[in-house]
Design a protein around this ligand. Structure first.
Ligand SMILES: NC(=O)c1ccc[n+]([C@@H]2O[C@H](COP(=O)([O-])OP(=O)(O)OC[C@H]3O[C@@H](n4cnc5c(N)ncnc54)[C@H](OP(=O)(O)O)[C@@H]3O)[C@@H](O)[C@H]2O)c1
Length: 292
């Protein structure tokens, strides 16, 4: 069954995700702040580039968003040219941006006031996951709304789970980011020891990756870390935004997250060194520098 859908935000993640919707036969409209990118998308895929989020949302059954941070989401949702101004009653808003849980709850209330429903649906899997249509999607919202949008999101997903009410999708994404930070800290320390001990990193990875220490980060990042290659992947500027959500949430529930704090501090140092757009695996540089 095909639907009328819109996708707002054609960045690293949104561009291919919107492409999957179009390729699945959904009648797809897109909006991007830099309009040229939307025009480029419409040249590559079947679909219509719109000048405002409102135009894109008009007459759609579902509108997907994937922009940067909380305020970026607000800037496309609210206002006279925003999504809510264009959405028809009963239509669903789905936010794939990684945001605070507070924003998810706020958007659910705003959507309800407008006669619409909302699902927070942050993703994991990175650029490759989006391009290959194999993202993990962590959702918060009502079961019936999730059931309605899941078959549509399925075109770019490998795993979709409804974790509870609005905000729980974003909280699950926080758990994901805490795990990534901890794994990268451990991997960085392990690689330093391996290098200092004269081990061959590729051989180490080939040996360990199928054992209990194996991880996506080890398989995909250990070798490039040891080769000082970081100019790709998930930028630490985005990761610091996400770790900020994690630390705020921890404070809210009365938890200390010492490792997450340490990782965040090291990313802050790396940002000051001008490495904000480098991949999160650049943590290795900070761990190495802090040895001296
Ligand atoms: N990249 C990853 O590996 C990855 C993985 C998982 C989750 N995420 C999350 O997914 C979201 C998007 O990431 P991305 O890598 O696709 O980012 P990106 O490549 O930087 O793209 C961001 C998109 O948001 C738009 N945007 C930003 N601020 C806006 C505003 N104020 N008003 C309207 N549009 C705005 C940008 O428009 P312009 O083209 O005009 O700049 C662009 O289309 C982030 O929340 C990120 O944390 C990313």
């Amino acid at each position: 069954m095909t639907h009328k859908v819109a996708f707002i935000g054609l960045g690293v993640m949104g561009y291919p995700m919107a492409g999957y919707l179009s390729k699945a036969g959904h009648q797809t409209k897109v909006f991007n702040r830099t309009l040229a990118k939307a025009a480029q998308w419409a040249g590559e895929y079947q679909g219509e580039a719109c000048d405002t989020p409102k135009q894109a949302a008009a007459d759609c059954d579902v509108v997907f968003v994937c922009v940067g941070n909380d305020d970026d989401v607000r800037s496309v949702v609210y206002g006279e040219d925003g999504i809510l101004a264009g959405l028809k009653p009963g239509a669903v808003l789905v936010d794939h941006t990684t945001t605070s849980a507070e924003l998810a709850i706020e958007l659910a209330k705003s959507a309800a006031k407008n006669g619409n429903q909302f699902i927070d649906a942050p993703v994991s899997g990175g650029q490759a996951g989006a391009e290959n249509g194999v993202l993990t999607i962590m959702c918060g919202g009502e079961q019936s709304v999730f059931d309605a949008v899941a078959p549509i999101m399925d075109v770019y997903a490998k795993q979709m789970t409804l974790l509870g009410e609005n905000g729980q999708g974003q909280r699950c994404k926080m758990v994901n980011q805490i795990c990534i930070g901890g794994i990268l800290q451990g991997l960085s320390e392990a690689l330093l020891l391996a290098q200092k001990s004269g081990l061959d990193i590729e051989q180490v990875v080939d040996t360990l990756k199928h054992g209990a220490a194996g991880s996506w980060q080890m398989e995909n990042r250990a070798v490039t870390m040891s080769q000082d290659k970081f100019d790709f992947g998930f930028a630490i500027d985005w990761m610091r935004k996400d770790l900020g959500f994690c630390l705020n949430e921890a404070e809210r529930v009365g938890l200390e997250l010492p490792l997450t704090k340490k990782v965040d501090e090291q990313y802050a140092e790396l940002q000051q060194d001008g490495l904000g757009r480098m991949d999160t695996s650049v943590l290795f540089k900070a761990v190495a520098k802090n040895q001296k």
